[in-house]
Design a protein around this ligand. Structure first.
Ligand code: 2P0
Length: 323
């Protein structure tokens, strides 16, 4: 038996990934940029066992269906088997340090942790760039969780995905004043998966072309705002990029509405970008970035708006391989 273990951070995209040019390899239509989060982590243990006849995955003790295993974890494990030349199935156990009922995505961190743990188990010496390409096969956003700090995922242009990988652009301590507040308004499970949602958007949204142009044009100023620790610009760009993705969702047919009344209240309260910048994934709970000095007043507002809990996260230094 070959065993490996690793822990990886979740990540929140500032410049979002929404739409693929190749679904089998999770190749995106645009570059994206994320921040790895210290407060939301997943630890995975992988055991390759010659006695197994298929891969098995448990997340927080709950067994995933064969279909779920096949479309996420096994895509990573298949690639690891190919590289190592070892045709052995694996059993994977993942635990998140946050309640899965909070509706916070754990798949990015989980797939990244699985990638690092399986590479460790098989004794493969791969650099993070190679690991990010393998994590991407399991779930697109997972490729960014192979790094800490601020991470860019280059969409690439090749059909084989060899130029679609991530790199760290700034370390976790580049901007120590920046914090992410994650209020929990609802633990409702999302209705349509991101995977399904993005495919509907690619097929039906007329605004998609316009958004791809917007991302290409504004990515340099997002990078500048981080480089210069320009909070005002960073909050504005964070808000605009989130809204741009949600405009595509609403422009899809049938429309994809992931926001709820609480989300709109957050938009109303922080939309001027003066002390904070919000961003929403495919769900109603926001991530609200602010400076440490303003965290208390932003948190107070979020609780007044109805948050039952506010998770406060620093920027993660990155994953850890081993026990
Ligand atoms: C992101 N999201 O950039 C965007 C923003 C959700 C909204 O990446 O099909 O689970 O596994 O590649 O990575 C969520 O989609 O989709 C996502 P797959 P994934 O973080």
């Amino acid at each position: 038996m070959l065993e490996g273990e690793a822990e990886a951070p979740s990540n929140i995209a500032i410049v979002k990934y929404w739409g693929k040019r190749n679904s089998a390899l999770n190749l995106p239509l645009n570059d994206s940029l994320s921040i790895s989060l210290e407060a939301l982590k997943v630890r995975s243990k992988v055991v390759f066992d010659p006695e197994l006849s298929k891969d098995k995955v448990r997340v927080n003790g709950v067994k995933l269906s064969d279909e779920e295993v096949k479309s996420y974890a096994s895509r990573v494990l298949d690639r690891m088997r190919e590289i190592s030349g070892k045709s052995i199935y694996a059993v994977v156990d993942s635990w998140s340090n946050f309640p899965s009922s909070a509706g916070l995505a754990s798949s990015a961190a989980g797939i990244a942790a699985l990638t690092l743990a399986s590479s460790d188990a098989l004794g493969l010496k791969m650099d993070p760039k190679e690991l990010s390409k393998i994590a991407r096969l399991g779930s697109g956003s997972a490729c960014r969780s192979v790094y800490g700090g601020f991470v860019i995922w280059h969409s690439g242009a090749r059909d084989d995905g060899e130029d679609s990988f991530c790199e760290q652009i700034f370390t976790h301590d580049h901007w120590r004043d920046l914090v992410d507040l994650i209020p929990i308004f609802t633990d409702e499970k999302k209705r349509i998966s991101s995977r399904k949602g993005m495919s509907v958007s690619v097929e039906t949204s007329n605004l998609m072309k316009c958004r791809l142009e917007f991302v290409r044009e504004t990515l340099p100023s997002v990078l500048d705002s981080i480089r210069n620790r320009d909070a005002k610009k960073f909050f504005e760009m964070t808000i605009r990029h989130s809204n741009s993705m949600h405009a595509i969702m609403m422009d899809s047919f049938p429309p994809l509405i992931y926001l709820n009344a609480m989300s709109l209240k957050v938009i109303d309260s922080f939309g001027d970008g003066k002390i904070a910048g919000y961003t929403f994934d495919a769900g109603p709970n926001p991530h609200v970035f602010t400076l440490r000095k303003d965290a208390e007043s932003v948190e107070k507002t979020l609780i007044e708006l109805g948050a039952t809990k506010v998770i406060k996260s620093d920027i993660s230094a990155g994953p850890r391989v081993g026990k």
